[in-house]
Every structure is written in C-alpha cells, then in structure tokens.
Design a protein around this ligand. Structure first.
Ligand SMILES: Nc1ncnc2c1ncn2[C@@H]1O[C@H](COP(=O)(O)OP(=O)(O)O)[C@@H](O)[C@H]1O
Ligand SMILES: [Mg+2]
Length: 321
C-alpha cells in the first residue's frame, strides 16, 4: 500500500459562478478546505449555501470558475480521470439504474471499474450483506424504501474501494429511524478507515457524525473546526432572545452593554438578543424589564452554546433547515 497523501481533500479559494439567463449566480465564492485521510468532514449550511456546488467541484462534476482542488493528491480539473477512480459519490437523488436489480447495480459498477466477472459478483454480494440488503438482492431500486435505496447507493459508491467517499445530503428526506441507521452505517465505515466528506443542512447530523465541520453560507466558509472549537471561537455564547409586542423596554442596551459576561447586544424592532457567556438570570431580567415597562413579552428563548448559536452569531440569522 502506498502512503496516503497528507491531505485527502484540498481546496483553495474555490469559486463557481453559474451563468444563467437571469444573470450570473455566484454559488461558491472562495471556499478552502483541508481534509486529512481518515477524517469524517462535514459541509453544513442552509439551502442554497453552495454545498452541492462545492461537492460537485470536488467530484469533477462541476468545473470550478477559479481556484483549485485536489483529491488524494490529484487535481480535480487536470487529473479528473484519476480523481474519478479514487472517489465514491452518493448524490442526493436516486441515480440507481432502474433497468437493473439491486445486485446487478453493484455488479455492473464493479465491472465498470475493471473487476473480473467473478470478483464483481463476489463484491456485490459482500456489499449487499454489509448493508443489510441481501433479501432485496433481486429488488428493483425504485421499489425500495428511501433508506434501502440510499444504502444501495452507498454500497455502489464503495464497490471499487474509493479513497474518499462523498455524500450529498445523505439523509435528507429519510425518517428519523432510517436517519439514525444510516448514521451508524457511516460511522462504521469511518471506523474501518474510510475518509468521508458529506454535506448536510441538519445541524444534528453534522454534530453527531463529523470530526470537523465547515459552516457554509452564501458560498463561503464562515467557520471551520470541531464542534467544541466552533462553539468556543465563533459563538461560544448562550443566546438569549426576547421578543416584545411593540418596542422593547427603553434603556436595555445601556443596562447590558459592558456588563461582565455579556457580549454582543442586538436591539431590533421588537426584539432584544443578547450573546452572553454568563447567561444566569438574564432571561428573567429581560422578561421582567418588559413587565416593568408595560412591554408585553410575546416570546422568549435561550439557546445553549451549539452550532445553532455559532450560526446565529456569525450571520445574525436564525438557522432554518
Ligand atoms: N446549475 C445551476 N445553474 C444556476 N444556478 C445554480 C445551479 N446550481 C445551483 N445554482 C444556485 O447556486 C446556489 C447554490 O446552490 P447549491 O450549491 O445547490 O446549494 P446547496 O446545495 O447548499 O443547497 C443557489 O443559489 C442555487 O440556486
Ligand atoms: Mg444541495
């Protein structure tokens, strides 16, 4: 076995601008990533953030407008054939072949990647077994449940033992039970040494699965790191939000600004949002201030440090998936 490269995936200043009749769409605006072999890496961001475009460029399906990327040391543009050989890609939609049964979908992929007839069949059966699909061996991929079809797609992506497995929103649309099952499966693959890069708009998914996460929005990486790193550097704060009917009580900002443990204070039309390191009593105080000044509190929440507060603090927007 040759030594693995220093980085499994390396992207620097990747850009993609789509030309469309309505004008240019700057989908990716300077993304950099460095994923070492063996890592489980996640691109987390809301709908339209540029995740699919980014994974498309890394898997040679989308041509970068500028910037560079390599997978397992091979340039995605200059050496795309080699990249294709070294990766497995699981796209969001069902791209299985409906003219073939489950087994044949795997067998044909094996043949495509140069396995002999016997090896291709053996590998297909091995993967069906590994992914709990042996009893669906002769099933049509479009008559399977969403979870089964997704497992078959992952199996197909692994036929040729790729160095890096890419998955675009692997659990979007799956029910919670299937989602958790798939998480177990992916974790198992990583334990066996598989390098994995996935995109997701589910914070929980990124948090549960990924060693490191890049939070992306509007085609840029807002922050990158482990969950503790992200919560510590990007938004270590508890976020307390109180919404009032009409204007928030006067003087709140003055009262809170500069107080120990209190970070950013945002006062908008009917809302006060406080990023605090020490949030004890703060929520009660904001609610009481409303009552004291006759401002009716219509909503109040406190979010603990999490990817949610990271996103809030970086974008000023609530994360909606
Ligand atoms: N083929 C395309 N042509 C034009 N615009 C596109 C195309 N694909 C994606 N976009 C736009 O690029 C932006 C990023 O899309 P995408 O990469 O699919 O984001 P995500 O996967 O995070 O939802 C969106 O505004 C989307 O509408
Ligand atoms: Mg997408």
């Amino acid at each position: 076995m040759p030594e693995p490269p220093e980085l499994a995936v390396h992207a620097t200043d990747l850009h993609k601008t789509y030309k469309s009749p309505g004008g240019d769409v700057p989908a990716v605006r300077g993304i950099g990533l460095a994923v070492p072999p063996g890592e489980f890496f996640g691109l987390l961001g809301p709908n339209g953030a540029g995740k699919s475009t980014t994974i498309g460029m890394l898997t040679t399906l989308v041509r970068p407008t500028s910037g560079a990327a390599s997978v397992w040391g091979h340039d995605v543009v200059g050496d795309s054939t080699e990249v294709k050989r070294r990766i497995g890609m699981v796209s969001q939609n069902n791209t299985l072949d409906s003219d073939l049964d489950a087994f044949e979908n795997l067998e044909f992929r094996g043949r495509y990647f140069g396995l002999g007839a016997r090896d291709a069949r053996r590998r297909a059966d091995e993967l069906l077994e590994l992914f709990g699909l042996t009893d669906r061996r002769k099933g049509n991929p479009f008559e399977m449940s969403g979870g089964q079809a997704k497992r078959l797609m992952i199996a197909r992506a692994l036929v040729h033992r790729p160095d890096v497995l890419f998955l675009d929103e692997p659990t979007a649309g799956l029910d919670p039970q299937n989602r958790v099952n798939l998480w177990d499966l992916l974790r198992g693959l990583q334990k066996e040494g598989q390098t994995i890069l996935l995109t997701t708009h589910y914070m929980e998914e990124a948090e549960v699965l990924c060693d490191r996460i890049a939070v992306v929005d509007h085609g840029r990486v807002l922050a990158q790191g482990t969950v503790p790193e992200l919560t510590a550097t990007a938004g270590a704060d508890t976020v307390v939000t109180v919404t009032y009917e009409g204007a928030p009580p006067a003087g709140l900002r003055e009262r809170l600004d500069g107080r120990d443990g209190v970070g950013k204070v945002e006062v908008t039309d009917g809302q006060v949002r406080v990023f605090a390191r020490e949030a004890d009593g703060l929520l009660g105080e904001l609610v009481a201030a409303g009552a004291g000044s006759g401002a009716v509190v219509t909503d109040a929440s406190q979010i603990r440090p999490s990817l949610e507060t990271v996103f809030l603090s970086l974008t000023g927007r609530e994360y909606r998936d």
